[in-house]
Design a protein around this ligand. Structure first.
Ligand code: GRF
Length: 194
């Protein structure tokens, strides 16, 4: 148990499928004195995910799950979450949809980061949609996870201006930069009340 300045750092698990830049960034923040969380576990459905290298380097526990059978996969994840006393889950580029039952077990204790200004552009290819529709702004959203994709209560959002010569790649890069500011901030906000 880590107790700092009157509060105990809560145990969180981060779920990823790929690069894991948000995971790395959350980890960096977790080491700061005034953040309210520590990363006890990384859950990943892809054994080739880049994010696993960072976890290994910093000796963060990992659970790598083969998702061929969703029911079995979720059972293993739940076991691992319990074993590591996880209090809150952060989805960060996790490309699997959690079952209703799983979400119920962790009711209001799963949050996600999404690269658009929800409720606009749920699902994939958000930057392509923004450019195609000539939107003036895009951005990112941290929200609670419920059983409908990208519809849970919004915790924090950050706007990003769409520039004249933007393409989806350029925009994605600038949005991701803002994600790295937004996610730790939103997480701390959630943890104040947990
Ligand atoms: C981010 O854009 C996030 O909003 C979305 O998936 C991407 C993950 O990027 N859910 P990374 O793996 O954290 O770099």
């Amino acid at each position: 148990m880590t107790k700092l300045g009157g509060f105990r750092k809560k145990n969180i698990a981060v779920f990823i499928s790929g690069t894991g830049s948000n995971f790395k960034n959350l980890h960096k923040f977790s080491l700061k004195k005034n953040t309210r969380f520590k990363i006890n576990l990384l859950v990943c459905n892809n054994k080739k995910a880049k994010g696993l290298i960072h976890a290994k380097k910093f000796k963060i526990k990992t659970t790598v799950i083969n998702y061929q059978n969703k029911n079995k996969a979720e059972k293993k994840i739940l076991y691992s979450l319990k074993k590591n006393k996880i209090e809150l889950i952060c989805l960060a580029g996790f490309m699997k949809i959690l079952s209703k039952n799983f979400i119920k077990i962790f009711n209001r204790k799963i949050i996600n980061i999404h690269p658009s200004l929800l409720p606009k552009y749920k699902g994939l290819n958000t930057h392509e949609k923004v450019i195609k529709n000539n939107d003036k702004f895009s951005g990112c959203t941290v929200h609670y996870v419920n059983s409908k994709l990208d519809t849970g209560k919004i915790i924090l959002q950050k706007k990003v201006k769409v520039l004249k010569n933007d393409n989806p790649e350029k925009l994605a890069k600038r949005v991701l930069k803002q994600e790295h500011f937004l996610y730790p901030k939103a997480l701390n906000k959630v943890l104040i009340n947990l």
